[in-house]
Design a protein around this ligand. Structure first.
Ligand code: DQQ
Length: 456
C-alpha cells in the first residue's frame, strides 16, 4: 500500500523505492560498520522532480531496507536550490558526504555520526564555489571522491557546450580546500556535452569510469596515470531506456556494487495519481571481463528472494512453450533460461491485453526488448530498446529476467543489461512464453516466485 494514495498495481514489490513521492539518483552509497546505506535524490512532497533532498534507508543484506528520516535537505543559502547528488567516503573512520549544493552549483561537505543517523553540514561550505575560472561549463555537479597516496581526489561532472562531456579533477589534503588539477578525461562530443554522476575506481587491474550522458549511462575501462584517464574500451551499462545515474561503491567484501535509478515511463498525471515515481535497480556487481569490457551480475543476495520454483529442461522450440506462472506469484517473478537459438528466439511477457517481447536475433546479433504494446494508453508509451549481443554458433543465450510489476530487468550473457518499464492493466497477472523462429532448444528454464520486501 502506498502510504498516501492506496493500491497501485504498477508499484514494484522487491525493488527499492521510498514509501511515497518522487525518487531519482542513488547517492552516498556506503557500507559502514557492516550496514549498507542507500541515500537517494527525492522530492519529499510530490511525485514529480523538485525540491531535491537526500532520502535515506539502511540494510544489513542489500535487499531488505529500513526507511529512515531525510538526511540532507535544502536549508542553507548555498543549497537552497537543491541538495543534489554526491558520494560518501570513510575519511579516517568518519563517514563524510560530498554533495552539490545548488545556488548555483557548488561542492559541499557534510559529516555523519558512526550510525549515519545524524548529519551536520560543514560550516565553511561550499568547499568549491565555482568551476575553474575561464571555463564556460555546461554544468558543475555530482562530486565523486576517492583516496590516493597524496590526499583525496574529487571528480566533478561537467562539460563544454559544443565540445563534449568532461570530468574536472581536484585534489585536497584536508577535504576542505581543493586544488584544480585539470580535466580527468573529456569526451569527443559523441556522448553529449554534459556528463553527470561520475564514478571512477580501480577494477581487475584497470580503472573504470562510469558517467551518465543525459539519456543513458556509459562506461570506459583503461589506465590512470598522472591525474589523467586513458580509456581503452567504451561500453554501455544498460540500454533498456530506463536505467540512469548509477552509483558504484566498494562494500566490505571488496565487491563493486552498483544501483541505478529506473526512470518512470508513465506520464506526469499518472505519476501524480499513483503518488510515487522512481525505483532503484537491483544491486549489480561489476567485474572486469577478459576483453576489458565490464560484466554486470545481480548481487548474490538477490537469490535470497527466491521462493517456490518451476523447472523445465530440454524442450524443443519448434512450437512456443508457455511457462505456467501461477497467478499467486502476483507479478513478482525471476526467470532464468538457457537457449540454443537457430535464427531468433525470446520470451513474450503477456499481461492480458498488453505484452512486452524480448528477442535475440542471430543475423543482427542484437537483443531487443519491445515494450511498445506493454502499457495502457492512459499511462504512457513504451518503445523498442536493444543492445549488441553477438554470440558464437553453438553458444547459448543465457537470460536472467526480473519481473517486478512495472519493471522488466534483463541480464544476458554476463555483460548485457536491458531495463524497461511497462504499465499494463494487470501486471500481477503476468504469463510468459518462450518462442522461436527457425527452431532451437530450451536447454533449461527455472522460474521463481520472488518474495515481496514491501507491503502493497
Ligand atoms: N540528478 C541530480 C543531479 C544529477 C542528476 C539532481 C542526474 O545531481 O546530475 O536531482 O539524474
Amino acid at each position: 500500500m502506498n502510504a498516501l494514495h492506496g493500491y497501485d498495481p504498477a508499484r514494484p514489490g522487491y525493488h527499492f523505492l521510498p514509501p511515497a513521492n518522487w525518487m531519482n539518483d542513488p547517492c552516498g552509497l556506503i557500507q559502514f560498520h557492516g550496514t549498507y546505506h542507500l541515500f537517494y535524490q527525492c522530492n519529499p512532497s510530490s511525485a514529480t522532480w523538485g525540491n531535491m533532498t537526500w532520502g535515506h534507508a539502511e540494510s544489513q543484506d542489500l535487499i531488505h531496507w529500513t526507511h529512515l528520516p531525510l538526511a540532507l535537505y535544502p536549508d542553507q543559502p548555498y543549497d537552497k536550490g537543491g541538495v543534489y547528488t554526491g558520494c560518501a567516503l570513510n575519511v579516517d573512520g568518519m563517514p563524510v558526504i560530498f554533495y552539490t549544493g545548488v545556488h548555483p552549483e557548488t561542492q559541499c561537505v557534510a559529516f555523519a555520526d558512526e550510525a549515519l543517523h545524524i548529519f551536520t553540514k560543514y560550516p565553511g561550505n561550499p568547499v568549491i564555489h565555482h568551476p575553474p575560472s575561464g571555463m564556460e561549463v555546461s554544468g558543475f555537479r555530482d562530486p565523486y571522491v576517492w583516496r590516493e597516496s597524496d590526499g583525496l581526489r574529487m571528480a566533478v561532472g561537467s562539460g563544454i557546450k559544443g565540445e563534449g562531456g568532461m570530468l574536472l579533477l581536484y585534489r585536497s589534503t584536508d577535504m576542505f580546500s581543493w586544488e584544480y588539477l585539470g580535466p580527468l578525461f573529456s569526451g569527443d562530443g559523441g556522448t553529449g556535452d554534459m556528463w553527470e554522476c561520475p564514478n571512477f575506481f580501480p577494477c581487475g587491474g584497470l580503472w573504470v569510469l562510469i558517467v551518465s550522458v543525459l539519456d543513458r549511462a556509459i562506461y570506459f575501462t583503461g589506465e590512470y596515470r598522472e591525474n589523467r584517464f586513458y580509456p581503452g574500451v567504451q561500453g554501455e551499462v544498460d540500454l533498456g531506456g530506463s536505467f540512469y545515474a548509477p552509483q558504484i561503491f566498494a562494500d566490505e567484501q571488496g565487491r563493486r556494487v552498483m544501483f541505478g535509478w529506473l526512470r518512470e515511463w508513465r506520464n506526469g498525471n499518472a505519476m501524480v495519481k499513483a503518488g510515487w515515481a522512481g525505483v532503484q535497480s537491483l544491486p549489480r556487481v561489476i567485474e572486469l571481463g577478459a576483453d576489458g569490457r565490464l560484466l554486470f551480475t545481480p548481487a548474490e543476495e538477490v537469490k535470497s528472494l527466491r521462493k517456490e520454483s518451476i523447472t523445465f529442461a530440454d524442450i524443443s522450440l519448434d512450437k512456443a512453450f508457455e511457462i505456467p506462472i501461477p497467478d499467486e506469484w502476483s507479478g513478482l517473478v525471476e526467470i532464468e533460461a538457457r537457449l540454443l537459438v537457430a535464427e531468433s528466439a525470446g520470451i513474450k511477457f503477456l499481461y492480458g491485453s498488453e505484452e512486452a517481447v524480448l528477442t535475440w536475433n542471430r543475423n543482427t546479433g542484437e537483443l531487443l526488448l519491445d515494450t511498445s504494446r506493454g502499457s495502457l494508453p492512459s499511462e504512457g508509451a513504451g518503445g523498442t530498446h536493444g543492445a549488441r549481443l553477438p554470440l558464437a554458433g553453438g553458444e547459448l543465450l543465457n537470460l536472467r529476467v526480473f519481473l517486478d510489476r512495472s519493471v522488466i530487468e534483463v541480464f544476458a550473457n554476463g555483460g548485457t543489461c536491458l531495463t524497461s518499464r511497462v504499465y499494463p492493466s494487470n501486471p500481477a497477472g503476468i504469463k510468459a512464453e518462450i518462442f522461436s523462429c527457425g527452431g532451437g532448444d530450451l536447454k533449461l528454464l527455472t522460474a521463481w516466485k520472488m518474495s515481496p520486501v514491501w507491503q502493497m
